[in-house]
Design a binder for this molecule. Structure first.
Ligand code: SF4
Length: 415
């Protein structure tokens, strides 16, 4: 039997630097909203952030805020407030936690960043339904509540191949956002600035990819649990120089670990792929559970979703449309299975964990036979864990622990 030991995850030294740039980002947003020196846009996590940055908006990402509510374990107590006004416990627990936090007048930003009292009040809300319909509903609620405009992009779903017709459609929708954004910002879109912002996003994305791909080394120098934290700048600061500078530092540290043969998990024995959302309120526990079994969760669909290879400053709007359409979550199961098979090979994976998140069917890929099909195609075993991203009432710690231990034992026996 695989024995639970004291193996722990090695701390990444660059974390302090990341915390500093994230703090600067949140204080900057707060300053923009309170002093009204800069217009504030709220944007979905895979919305057209480059366009907003290029037009001078300070950009807040409610999903990032919702993940903070999850990671600080505030979300489970806040969700009922959103349920009480009609948002079902079965829908996105980012949405219900974030609206619940608003209704309760609370935010983890206040504790983490003294002087910040609330999330920045928006001047406009921008969504992209490439990930799900919930983001549109979520932003529509705030639009009504705060009396601000909401505009967005309606994206196709279950896309097998991204075609010119898809790109034309989304690029046109992006261009249609511009007049409203110009009216709110009071300035015309400067295409040169958009090109520069897309170029910065491109550089960020390439560095983030290289960071994640350091885990192809054995032992891997980072874990999925590190990735969920260190992806912060790739999500909220893409299109800025700060994100690029940070990933250069992080990459150098991870490359140094590889050169020294140092793994994030001591005596790494099993290499695991994670599909689906993290359980934000259980990051530490899950990290310890796997590392204690000498298993390292080294790659994931989730962290890799912020790699956008199609950004091209020579064709900024269309390349953004393409990049945001090529996103894993937008794609058909046939595409997703090919993608995951490539990841399994690239990272030399021994086993797959599918997180079936109760309130996010869009990021749960275990419901339509994918684990069985992939196991038949690759021979790599898998385990489905039932849980949730933010609603800990849907998480059974004991069951997760028992199932993961049995799964790693199965991998051990297969070695
Ligand atoms: S993809 Fe899932 S977690 Fe993200 S906003 Fe949509 S329902 Fe919520």
């Amino acid at each position: 039997m695989a024995e639970e030991g004291k193996t722990v995850r090695k701390k990444i030294q660059a974390t302090d630097r990341m915390n500093k740039i994230m703090a600067d980002y949140f204080y900057g947003l707060n300053e923009a909203a309170t002093s009204k020196t800069q217009k504030v846009a709220w944007c979905t996590s895979v919305g057209p952030a480059e366009l907003l940055r290029a037009m001078g908006f300070a950009v807040h990402f409610p999903e990032n805020h919702a993940a903070m509510l999850g990671a600080t374990r505030l979300s489970t107590d806040l969700i009922p407030a959103a349920n009480a006004i009609g948002y079902s416990p079965d829908i996105c627990s980012y949405l219900t936690a974030d609206i619940g936090a608003y209704l309760n007048g609370t935010t983890p930003l206040a504790k983490a960043y003294p002087g910040i009292e609330s999330v920045p009040r928006p001047d406009v809300l921008i969504y992209n339904t490439n990930q799900c319909r919930d983001v549109q509903d979520w932003f529509a609620w705030y639009a009504k509540e705060l009396g601000v405009p909401v505009i967005g992009i309606t994206s196709p779903k279950n896309v097998n191949e991204v075609t010119t017709a898809h790109i034309d459609d989304v690029a046109r929708q992006m261009a249609d956002l511009v007049p409203t954004l110009e009216e709110i910002s009071g300035a015309r879109l400067d295409m040169e600035r958009l090109r520069e912002t897309v170029a910065l996003s491109r550089e960020c994305t390439e560095l983030w990819k290289r960071v994640l791909e350091t885990a192809t080394a054995a032992p891997a120098p980072l874990t999925f649990f590190d990735g969920t934290i260190h992806m912060g700048p790739a999500v909220v600061l893409r299109g800025t120089r700060e994100a690029i500078d940070y990933y250069k530092v992080l990459l150098a540290e991870l490359e140094q670990r590889i050169a020294a043969g140092v793994g994030a998990v001591e005596e790494e024995r099993h290499r695991i792929y994670w599909d689906g959302m993290p359980v934000w309120g259980r990051l530490r526990q899950h990290s310890e559970l796997f590392s204690g079994l000498r298993a390292n969760v080294i790659a994931s669909t989730y962290c890799s979703s912020w790699i956008f290879p199609s950004f091209d400053e020579n064709d900024p709007l269309r390349s953004m449309a393409k990049a945001y359409l090529e996103l894993f979550i937008v794609r058909s199961d046939a595409y997703k299975e090919t993608y995951i098979q490539e990841m399994l090979q690239k990272f030399r994976i021994d086993g797959i964990i599918y997180h079936d998140a109760k309130t996010c069917p869009y990021n749960s890929n275990s419901r339509y036979g994918m684990p069985q099909r992939l196991e038949a195609a690759t021979g790599i075993p898998s385990l489905v864990i039932s849980g949730d991203l933010n609603d800990l009432r849907c998480v059974s710690d004991e069951q997760t622990k028992t199932n993961v231990e049995a799964f790693i034992e199965q991998l051990e026996e297969g070695k």
